[in-house]
Design a protein around this ligand. Structure first.
Ligand code: FEO
Ligand code: CA
Ligand code: CA
Length: 684
């Protein structure tokens, strides 16, 4: 083990409350969530409450030796062999990014996407590119809602791929458009109402067919005229509310007296692919689109507060569509905050909001199949101090591939049981932040398990119901993904500036202070709260995704390796890349974890990192790419030899405008264009 000198720890707090996020990102993406009181004011017990200082030096230096050696990177070539601990999920790959044959990219502040030597990237789709046949050419100076509704939307986030039946070398790509940044999207002088209507059409999802390019690993957008799959979904697309809460009184509005039909989806962040070829997408910070500044219906005060429905709408949409004004439509916000299932293989299908998976600020949902065939969805509620959830279906997944099977599978997310997680620490004498946990049932589709709450109450006011059963308040639970090789489940816990300030630490959320860096080469300084985030590893009982109990460990305590608080799965810290604010997680086919970041608190642009989770290289975090100035790394999707990434909000830096941009990436125009890229090796 290399001895290293720790940098002096200064006590001055950073000058910004928002970490490295620009004030624009805070306003437009999450409606300044950090400036508001945390919606979760419940007084849940913090079991195993500890202080950060209690972790022993042994854990920092030695880490975990647990787990079978399932992944081995060998020899100078770095070729990788994988053998599953269970023997049933093994895979091998000695080429492409899964082999982790790359020299890590260093932290930087460049206005470019930096990939490792020997790799390149191609643009697949930029904001404004045509999606639907007949889409007009992108003209940012003369944009219209109609044109935008046919073009690639703004601020791409989740990226999912679905196989096209009977086709090789082609795939259907689904991309979320989480939010708009009107300051960067529009030149001076645009009509205010027009901006709002264009912004509505720049939200939602793009579904685009892609095909393999000439280079191995490269992919191209298929011309809209040459595919029948392309479609745009926006903030005004007709959708269905399904599942046990559909039709509830609180879901009815003057425009929809049935409580089953809703226009649009909002702030769609991450998502997941289902084994039956649909895409799930999570409505996240939906609250910010509603004007709650008027006199509100007192029946819903507690619910509005718990979901952050306070103050004015950050984009002023209520001025052009009165359903966004709670004084007109007190029920409209109850129709948002769901997991939406999109059947991308059927371009005429109506997207379905799945009430059975609860209503919250859904980061996303990822699907696993349990040992007995039930469908399991893992979900994070991305808010400081909120919870991790799991859904287990009542019925089994039918893998027979028939038309009838698909029809059956398309209803699996309407019946089952919704759970919320409690994490119990086992103390830090063992040198690890770890322990056991339970999935606490909240409701099935027919029976509520929360006293005083009906089934519909639980599914509509999920946060309020969960508050009653004492789950663990987490540090912004975001993307959750299971390892396809080992079955272990990984959750990104991005950060939480309130941890240890507004409420105590616990073993699953152990840090009350962090070392951050405001400039790339500046000093590390102390900031209160958890600023660099964690990645948690969950092992379900008997490795069954439908289990009701589990073990957990913090696999990564992120930050600069010089920070003694950090932990990298036990790997020597002088050989890892610094990493901060993990947001999305993905696996390659041999079980290496890929992590994208949002809000680097170490002075660098955000990036994408790869790390083995088993064997001698467990915890060897290495940076694969960085995104441009002001951008966030989203999407990540590792398929074969290709790394797909959504570059979200390039140039979103305080003071920047369309006319005075901080970034011009991807450098095809004098202004930034959020885009999806694919990266691959080209020197083989
Ligand atoms: Fe949209 Fe949780 O990030
Ligand atoms: Ca422990
Ligand atoms: Ca995210």
């Amino acid at each position: 083990m290399t001895e290293r000198r720790l940098l002096p720890v200064l006590t001055a707090p950073p000058t910004t409350r928002h970490g490295s996020r620009s004030l624009m990102t805070c306003k437009f993406r999450c409606g300044n969530a950090c400036d508001h009181r945390e919606p979760n004011t419940s007084d849940n017990t913090h079991i195993g409450e500890i202080l950060a200082a209690a972790i022993t030096r042994r854990s920092i230096l030695q880490g975990s030796a647990a787990g079978a050696a399932t992944l081995v990177i060998t020899g100078a070539s770095g070729s990788l062999a994988a053998a599953s601990a269970t023997g049933s999920r093994s895979a091998t790959d000695t080429t492409g990014p899964a082999a982790l044959e790359f020299k890590p990219v260093r932290p930087n502040k460049r206005d470019k996407v930096t990939v490792p030597d020997g790799y390149r990237y191609d643009l697949i789709a930029r904001w404004g590119d045509p999606v639907v046949a007949g889409a007009p050419a992108f003209d940012v100076y003369n944009q219209t809602p109609k044109a935008q509704s046919m073009q690639f939307g703004y601020n791409c986030d989740y990226v999912g791929l679905v196989k096209m039946p009977g086709e090789r070398g082609k795939a259907i790509m689904a991309v979320n458009h989480e939010y708009t940044d009107e300051v960067l999207m529009f030149p001076d002088g645009y009509n205010d109402a027009l901006i709002k209507r264009i912004a509505m059409q720049a939200h939602g999802m793009s579904v685009i067919e892609i095909h393999r390019g000439r280079e191995p690993g490269s992919w191209r957008r298929t011309r809209p005229a040459n595919t029948r799959y392309n479609r745009r979904i926006t903030a005004t697309t007709p959708m269905r509310l399904t599942g046990p809460a559909a039709g509830d009184r609180r879901l009815r509005t003057s425009a929809d007296t049935t409580g089953r039909h809703v226009l649009g989806m909002l702030n769609n962040c991450a998502g997941g692919e289902t084994p039956w070829g649909t895409i799930l997408t999570g409505e996240e910070n939906f609250n910010q689109y509603f004007d709650a500044s008027g006199e509100l219906d007192s029946r819903y005060t507690e619910s509005y507060d718990r979901y952050g429905l306070t103050g004015e709408d950050s984009r002023g949409w209520s001025e052009v569509d009165e359903r966004f004004d709670l004084t007109n439509e007190p029920h409209e916000p109850f129709r948002f905050g769901y997991i939406v299932e999109v059947d991308v293989l059927n371009p005429d299908s109506t997207p379905k909001k799945r009430t059975m998976l609860g209503r919250m600020k859904h980061e996303g949902a990822t699907i696993e199949i349990s040992d007995t065939g039930r469908v399991v969805a893992y979900m994070g509620d991305d808010e400081r101090g909120d919870y991790i959830y799991k859904f287990v279906s009542r019925d089994d997944y039918d893998s027979s591939g028939t038309k009838a099977a698909r029809g059956h599978n398309l209803h699996l997310l309407n019946r089952g049981t919704l759970y919320v997680a409690r994490f119990n620490g086992d103390g830090t004498d063992d040198g690890l932040y770890d322990g056991s946990g339970v999935w606490i049932p909240l409701t099935s589709d027919t029976e509520s398990f929360v006293s005083g709450f009906s089934v519909a109450d639980v599914l509509i006011d999920t946060r309020l119901a969960a508050d009653k059963v004492n789950p663990t308040r987490m540090d912004r639970p975001e993307d959750i993904q299971a390892n396809p090789v080992t079955g272990k489940v990984y959750c990104a816990l991005t950060n939480n500036s309130d941890r240890g300030v507004e409420y105590p630490t616990d073993e699953a959320n152990p840090l009350a202070s962090s070392l951050v860096r405001e400039e790339l080469r500046g000093p590390l300084v102390t900031a209160s709260g958890n600023r660099n985030g964690y990645v948690m590893e969950i092992t379900e009982r008997h490795n069954d995704h439908a289990a009701e109990s589990f073990r957990w460990v913090l696999f990564l305590v992120c930050g600069d390796p010089e920070d003694p608080r950090t932990y990298f799965g036990g790997f020597p810290k002088d050989r890892v890349s610094p990493i901060s604010s993990p947001d999305n997680v993905a696996f390659d086919q041999v079980g290496n974890l890929w992590i994208s970041t949002d809000g680097n608190a170490l002075g660098s642009n955000d990036g994408l990192f790869a790390v083995p989770v088993e064997g001698s290289q467990r915890g060897h975090v290495r940076q694969f790419l960085t995104v441009p100035v002001g951008a966030e790394t989203c999407g990540p999707l590792i398929k074969g030899e290709t790394v797909f990434v959504a570059v979200q909000h390039p140039g979103e830096v305080d003071g920047a405008t369309f006319d005075n941009p901080a970034s011009t990436w991807p450098h095809t125009d004098p202004f930034p264009r959020p885009s999806v890229i694919c990266s691959y090796r080209f020197d083989q």
